[in-house]
Design a protein around this ligand. Structure first.
Ligand code: SF4
Length: 345
């Protein structure tokens, strides 16, 4: 099956007064129709920037390195939605009003925004906001769009008579489910879900994740699930990509990442989360903090916190090594450490 999405050499840097913030550097991954990829890492590691770069919903000061590619259904979205920067040669700037790109957002690629609790406009009824998104892309009457919203509410388990309520009349879980309904409104091929269940209690979280999997299977939608919570990925994702300080440090199937961990950062991240099935273990925080991305270290960005670091790690950026077919690790000692690191359950 052909890839639905291929992200190649994606680099996004933010221009700030004192220079550049190297938020995402040389990220590569792909996704087939109906597949879910978990994109995990600590806050500030570049996972949200990576997700938003796909639809180019980035801040005004974001610039993409000219060789970055986001190929969606055979079309390079970066070529389409950005233009060469005059001020910064070698970079491309986002054309935020690009009409072609607008046809892709919501219709082909939709988003579940981080903090769905506050994503709806408080002065408009929730249903009207979803109807507006449908009418902006589909040739439908308002009545037909409303019917579609009713069907979606049915799918996500919100009573139809709540369509005409304002956001403040919804509970947190209902707002989250309404956001999921909105993301499915135009039958997209890909959903980018940014921390879709953060701030919800575990029972509601479980219900909502279950609903997302159900809808995804029914509609064969691909999903990028951005989260810092590896247990959510364990439950939902086929593939997993681990980010650290703007680099993608390990990628493979979710099983490989959990059971055949091949990068020291992944090992540390998994040890910081409770095991779902295995014996109870003491959770271990990762010592230190991520580097300043305005001034990243020249060698491995994880070196100051890595228990396996050697001299070369401080001097030279590690290569990306294919440890087994489709399983990659960005580490000088990936081959030596493969099989030695402890993963999750
Ligand atoms: Fe640790 Fe060195 Fe591998 Fe970086 S390259 S993760 S510092 S062992």
């Amino acid at each position: 099956m052909a890839d639905l999405l291929t992200v190649k050499n994606l680099s996004v840097h933010y221009k700030i007064q004192s220079g550049w913030v190297y938020a995402v550097d040389d990220v590569n991954f792909s996704l087939k129709p109906g597949e879910t990829m978990g994109l995990v890492g600590e806050s500030g590691c570049g996972k949200t920037t990576t997700g938003y770069a796909v639809t180019q919903l980035l801040a005004n000061n974001a610039y993409l390195k000219a060789d970055s590619k986001v190929i969606f259904d055979g079309k390079d979205l970066i070529k389409m939605g950005t233009y060469p920067s005059k001020n910064y040669p070698g970079y491309r700037k986002i054309d935020e009003f690009n009409a072609d790109m607008r046809k892709y957002r919501w219709k082909r690629i939709s988003m579940i925004f981080q903090g769905a609790m506050n994503a709806f406009n408080p002065v408009y009824k929730v249903g009207d906001q979803i109807i507006e998104a449908i009418l902006a892309h589909e040739d439908m009457t308002e009545q037909e769009a409303r019917k579609r919203v009713e069907e979606l509410y049915d799918l996500v388990g919100i009573p139809k008579d709540r369509i005409d309520n304002y956001p403040h009349e919804y509970s947190g879980g209902m707002k989250q489910r309404a956001m999921i309904a909105m993301s499915m409104a135009l039958n997209p091929d890909l959903i980018i879900a940014d921390e879709p269940t953060t701030a919800l209690d575990v029972v509601t979280q479980d219900r909502i994740l279950g609903k997302m999997v159900e809808l995804q299977k029914k509609e064969n939608v691909a999903m990028i699930l951005i989260t810092h919570d590896v247990s959510v990925v364990a439950e939902m994702a086929h593939k997993m990509s681990v980010m650290y300080a703007g680099h993608l440090v390990e990628k493979g199937t979710a099983r490989e990442i959990f059971k055949e961990t091949a990068h020291p950062y992944t090992e540390a991240l998994l040890k910081a989360f409770p095991s779902i099935k295995g014996e109870k273990k003491k959770l271990r925080a990762i010592p230190g903090s991520p580097p300043d991305l305005a001034n990243p270290p020249k060698g491995c960005r994880f070196a100051p916190r890595c228990p396996y670091a050697k001299d070369i790690c401080l001097e030279k950026e590690p290569p990306v090594v294919e440890i087994s077919p489709g399983h990659f690790s960005k580490c000088h000692f990936a081959e030596e450490l493969y099989g030695e690191l402890s993963g999750g359950e």
